[in-house]
Design a protein around this ligand. Structure first.
Ligand SMILES: Nc1ncnc2c1ncn2[C@@H]1O[C@H](COP(=O)(O)OP(=O)(O)OP(=O)(O)O)[C@@H](O)[C@H]1O
Ligand SMILES: [Mg+2]
Length: 501
């Protein structure tokens, strides 16, 4: 039997008060696509950080192709042929594709001569040809879509002659079509003998790309499985260690209109949107990426300036393009790009929660810490924040738990109209059902809720009614009896030849 491509034996990593990884052994075969699975906080990113030298472990022996190695820095990892595609891509926006690929890798030719720009571009083009030939190495990286930027990171890994490429939730901002490209690319890498470590919460992706998977729970390895022998449910059960029940939809919708939107437009991104949202109602907004869903929420939340139309809360017009006015009217947006939307890493969960609603917790200019902590403790326990310590800096939580903290922000505010954009992106299967319960609880308390989601089962599970957007317009309003994947897809997919009434 050939040696493992990569192995780490007895990896342990502790943080004050928490064992993030507890004596975990992890092995990946040559050319294998190996999933690394577990709930939020299970230790997946910690493992990748150890392997890529970002944050070395306390103990654990790493070997590549049977050779033991010391990996204390990212440079050590690179020299050992281990590359990491981070979720937050590590590219410099102002540099070109080729410059990014060769960043920190002074391209030297024969005799150590620095190679010129054209040569960088030529080599970059050669590598990109096998990945995505439409990417021009001479353009600035920030002109590319996220999916293409990710491919540039993969190109960089190949230039480094990586033998292992680790991807931490690589598809969190990709469309289904872009995921298909990535899946093909991963299969190519594997055929060339490159091993891939794949971290994801999306079981369908894991089944599509992975050969085997290591499952972590609370920092411990609970199983190593061959994907072909498993079902999605059997894997989820191993991850969670309990059964995850998916409750049926319960409606709390009333006929009492809370939010009315009329003729709301912004250029061609959103055109002439009309909608009424009622107390207790969960209104889903479906559509393809780019159909205008996020933009519609941003207009309602006052973040962007509409070119026409108006938003009313209980009949009263809300000043457009004024986020504070929207918050005062009781509108709270839980945005899609949660990680980018102003979280302060060094501050506690509680103070991050208070950011948009500081007024509620101050008296005479002084922050009422007691009240803030009590309220955030309550909200975070509902969301099952792990660890449940609202005084801990938000930056020390796992990705999914940071998401919960940001969702919690709006729950602590005097919000009555919740706008959720992709509420469970990056959130594990267990916590997902907690967020569904929470949305339902908010509805049962008479709040009005708009949910944008690209996940059909999620929209179907949550919504009393579904609006479908296509190319900037609301093209269908489906009542509960007509909410199905087929109905939604029928309206969401552009039909060039068919006139839209
Ligand atoms: N810098 C840090 N300081 C303190 N605790 C940390 C730090 N980084 C991670 N942890 C803790 O280590 C544990 C494992 O976190 P990790 O980021 O590896 O989880 P994960 O499996 O990647 O989860 P997710 O799916 O949410 O991204 C968590 O309890 C987390 O709070
Ligand atoms: Mg993580």
């Amino acid at each position: 039997m050939p040696p493992d491509r990569l192995s780490i034996t007895g990896a342990t990593k502790t943080y004050p008060g928490i064992v993030a990884l507890d004596d975990v052994t992890f092995r990946v075969a040559p050319g294998e696509v190996h999933g690394l699975l577990g709930e939020n906080g299970a230790g997946k990113s910690t493992m990748l950080n150890i392997l890529s030298g970002v944050r070395p472990g306390d103990t654990g022996e790493i070997a590549v192709d049977g050779t033991p190695l010391t990996v204390r820095t990212p440079l050590d990892a690179r020299a050992a042929g281990i590359a990491m595609i981070h979720q937050e891509l590590q590219l410099v926006p102002e540099l070109t594709v080729a410059q990014n690929i060769f960043l920190g890798r002074p391209l030297t030719g024969l005799g150590g001569v620095l190679v010129r720009r054209q040569e960088q571009e030529r080599r970059a083009r050669a590598v990109l040809a096998g990945l995505d030939p439409t990417i021009d190495p001479s353009v600035k990286i920030n002109t590319l879509k996220v999916a293409q930027q990710q491919i540039v990171e993969i190109a960089r890994a190949l230039i480094d002659e990586a033998r292992v490429i680790a991807m931490d939730e690589p598809t969190s901002s990709l469309t289904p079509a872009e995921f298909e490209n990535l899946a093909t690319l991963i299969a190519d890498l594997s055929a060339r003998g490159v091993s891939v470590i794949y971290v994801s919460h999306k079981m369908d992706e894991v089944f599509r790309v992975c050969d085997r998977a290591t499952i972590l729970r609370d920092g411990k390895r609970v199983a190593v499985v061959t994907i072909a022998d498993e079902t999605e449910d059997s894997i989820v059960a191993r991850m969670v260690g309990r059964e995850v029940l998916s409750a049926a939809h319960v409606s709390h919708a009333t006929a009492d209109p809370v939010l009315t939107v009329q003729g709301l437009s912004r250029g061609t991104a959103v055109m002439d949107a009309d909608l009424t949202l009622h107390a207790g109602e969960v209104l889903g907004i479906s559509g393809l990426v780019g159909a205008g869903r996020t933009e519609l929420l941003r207009l309602i939340a006052g973040i962007d300036r509409p070119t026409a139309g108006e938003v009313r809360v209980r009949g009263k017009a809300v000043r457009p393009n004024d986020p504070r006015a929207a918050i005062r009217a009781g509108i709270g947006l839980v945005p899609e790009e949660r990680k980018k939307e102003g979280i302060v890493h060094a501050r506690s969960v509680a103070s991050n929660m208070a950011l948009p609603t500081m007024g509620t917790y101050t008296r005479g200019g002084l922050l009422r810490h007691g009240r803030l902590h009590a309220r955030s403790q309550e909200v975070m326990s509902d969301l099952r924040l792990r660890p449940l310590n609202v005084r801990q800096p938000i930056g020390t939580f796992s990705g999914g738990n940071q998401q919960k903290a940001i969702i919690g922000r709006w729950l602590a505010a005097a919000t009555r109209i919740f706008l959720f954009d992709e509420p469970t992106r990056g959130i594990d299967v267990g916590a997902k059902s907690e967020i569904y319960d929470l949305i339902e609880k908010l509805a049962s308390q008479g709040n009005a809720i708009l949910v944008v989601s690209s996940e059909m089962p999620e929209i179907i599970r949550l919504s009393d009614r579904v609006l479908v957007m296509r190319e900037g317009r609301i093209v269908a309003d489906l009542g509960q009896d007509r909410i199905s994947e087929t109905d939604i897809a029928f309206h969401a997919i552009p039909r060039k030849e068919q006139a839209t009434a």
